[in-house]
Design a protein around this ligand. Structure first.
Ligand SMILES: Cc1cc2nc3c(=O)[nH]c(=O)nc-3n(C[C@H](O)[C@H](O)[C@H](O)COP(=O)(O)O)c2cc1C
Length: 186
């Protein structure tokens, strides 16, 4: 069997018991063998400040290196005030610089938004897509993934209790595997 594609997964919430992290963990178990999903942490990244490019923090450098190594990127995020949480936006910004050396450039991507509410983080999902256009991340259009009702989605061990959601996430990952293959960076 060929080597699975390395999918770097970014979780937009820093909360220990985050629903979005639970969705990310579930996704890591539901994908086809052609994908290997690994969460890449973002909570330790210092806030982006262009002045620091003269001597970038080690956390920025290793994060940029990790993003560059990925074959594909997957964002699993809650919605904060109808947008993307600051921690995730900061991670996007950190790996986008220095100018002309963006680690995101050309990586196939996908977005999953998660909320206890009914709208499933639609606003965050689409604000994130706006940044991905500029970052030249081809973001899978279909299926869209707005995971609502997240507070009722997991058992005590973090497994998804709704078969329909599990099946949807499986089909999402099947589509993403095809998307990552079609849009693989040369
Ligand atoms: C600062 C802040 C802003 C929020 N704004 C929204 C929002 O716009 N839409 C929404 O559906 N939920 C919103 N929520 C509620 C979150 O969906 C909820 O806290 C969720 O559990 C966060 O995701 P997590 O479980 O992955 O940490 C907000 C929560 C916080 C802390």
């Amino acid at each position: 069997m060929s080597t699975p594609r390395d999918v770097a997964v970014f979780v937009g919430s820093l909360r220990k018991d985050a629903f979005s992290r639970k969705v990310a963990n579930a996704l890591a178990t539901l994908g086809p063998p052609s994908l290997k999903l690994s969460i890449v942490e973002i909570g330790h990244l210092p806030l982006y400040n262009q002045d620091d490019e003269a001597g970038p923090p080690a956390a920025w450098t290793s994060f940029r290196t990790r993003v560059k190594a990925a074959d594909a990127v997957l964002f699993v995020t809650p919605e904060y005030n109808r947008s993307v949480p600051a921690a995730l936006k900061n991670a996007l910004d950190v790996a986008s610089r220095p100018y002309g050396q963006s680690a995101w450039d050309g990586k196939p991507g996908a977005v999953v938004s998660v909320s206890p509410g009914a709208i499933g983080g639609f606003g965050a999902n689409h604000h994130l897509r706006q940044s991905l256009v500029f970052l030249n991340v081809p973001a899978m259009q279909q299926p869209e993934a707005y995971i609502g009702g997240a507070a009722d989605l997991f058992d005590a061990g973090g497994a998804i209790v709704k078969p329909g959601t599990r099946e949807f996430l499986q089909s999402f990952l099947q589509a993403f595997a095809a998307w990552a293959a079609t849009n693989a960076k040369a």
